[in-house]
Design a protein. Structure first.
Length: 421
């Protein structure tokens, strides 16, 4: 299968992450005999430097005609003097609007291998953290009317209008329920219906949508209750559906519960699952050029791309398995590092992932990782230590068995001596 993927490499440390993500995608393409054409699109700070604007039409066109966009993080202090539409971050909003993307999805999963990094208690983590936050992206208070008014008395007051119509709610409601059908078949609508008319409309329309999905259990909850239960009992959630502002806040909370921003994949899509797929941890200017940023959120975002945008379920599962196996081996980037594990670079994590997908031999895999280990000055992983100990134990047992056999068996040496005497 042929797919064209526009690649926004992003600013500061982001290109380091995207480079490893592309290596993983290419390994998947080679393994499953697909052809992925990667087309660079210059967006954000890079575009400001090159074209004088954050989203030139030529670069937007590359994105809109592609089958999906791999999105790196954009912006940073280098361009802080730019204001208004010249700010590099505005390119992301323009891409979303121009591409008709109205749904943001964050996948909050706490991988068991790094469960100690979550601030949640062990007994809570043990029940599981694995849920989607489906956030409406193109409406709500961010896109309503905003104003600050100066009164004759000298006082000021400001207002921001939150507004939604039934069609906006219905279309994202159907996406949320369709995702739930592929998971554990539960949708929880989050809002503030005791205060907000918009939340009451959300509840009315989503209740109607739920009737089209009788196999899905539908509930609703206040936003403050949801925020509390994400800390007390996140296992009860499968798909959380909410409006723009609430979704942004809950999404940030989900990133913390998952142990690191570097572990939370994200995408912004339309009703056909076309859109932007990428990481959420920002461009990390302080880490640029250090080869230390975690690429796993970006790589896991490509699993969302493969599964939902390209309908490549096996390939997506292969990427997710590669992440799980690499974590099992004990390899960690600095943001998820803890005592007893092996610190690897951004490139080192990419090496490990590619090795898992391509099925390279263990010897070749460890050889590649040890090269990274030399550069990073890190120690062996617990798994490698265990494997080495097991190997030595086996060798010792075989040596002991050989020695015992030699003692019990007749020796040929005396016969030779007898013949020569």
């Amino acid at each position: 299968m042929d797919k064209r993927i526009a690649v926004v490499r992003g600013d500061y440390s982001s290109p380091e992450v995207i480079t490893q993500t592309l290596r993983v995608l290419q390994a998947v393409a080679d393994k499953y005999e697909h052809k992925f054409e990667f087309v660079d699109a210059c967006v954000g700070g890079e575009a400001l430097d090159k074209f004088g604007e954050p989203l030139p039409k030529t670069e937007f066109d590359k994105c809109i005609v592609s089958d999906a966009v791999l999105m790196g993080s954009i912006g940073g202090p280098k361009w802080k003097e730019f204001t208004g539409d010249k700010r590099p971050e505005t390119a992301l909003e323009k891409l979303r609007i121009g591409m008709g993307l109205f749904t943001n999805m964050k996948y909050a999963k706490l991988w068991s291998q790094i469960s100690t990094l979550s601030p949640l208690k062990e007994q809570i983590v043990g029940k599981g953290v694995d849920y989607l936050i489906i956030r409406e992206l193109s409406g709500g208070i961010y896109y309503g009317k905003h104003d600050t008014v100066q009164l004759d008395s000298g006082m000021e007051y400001a207002y921001d209008i939150m507004q939604y119509d039934s069609k906006e709610i219905e279309r994202i409601g159907k996406i949320a329920f369709s995702f739930a059908m592929k998971r554990r078949k539960r949708v929880c609508l989050v809002g503030k219906p005791d205060v907000l008319d918009t939340s009451r409309l959300w509840l009315k329309i989503t209740t109607e949508v739920s009737k089209e999905f009788p196999d899905v259990i539908f509930t609703d909850m206040s936003v403050e209750n949801c925020a509390t239960l994400l800390n007390k009992n996140p296992a009860q959630f499968d798909v959380i559906l909410t409006e723009n502002m609430f979704g942004e806040v809950l999404g940030a909370q989900a990133s913390v519960n998952a142990g690191s921003l570097g572990m939370v994949p994200s995408c912004s899509i339309d009703e056909k699952h076309f859109g932007l797929f990428g990481m959420t941890q920002g461009s990390a200017p302080e880490l640029a050029g250090k080869d230390t940023v975690n690429p796993l959120a970006s790589v896991l975002s490509t699993a969302l791309m493969l599964k939902y945008c390209f309908d490549m379920k096996k390939e997506a599962e292969d990427v997710e398995r590669a992440v799980e196996r690499v974590l099992d081996r004990g390899y960690r980037t600095p943001d998820i590092m803890s005592e007893g594990y092996m610190l690897v670079s951004t490139r080192g994590m990419g090496d490990a992932l590619v090795a898992e997908i391509t099925g390279e031999s263990e010897a070749k895999f460890f050889e590649a990782v040890k090269e990274v280990e030399k550069i990073m000055g890190s120690s062996s992983s617990p798994k490698e230590k265990a494997e080495q100990a097991a190997k030595e134990q086996q060798e010792n047992a075989e040596a002991a068995e050989t020695a015992e056999t030699s003692e019990d068996s007749p020796s040929e040496a005396p016969a030779e001596q007898e013949n020569n005497s």
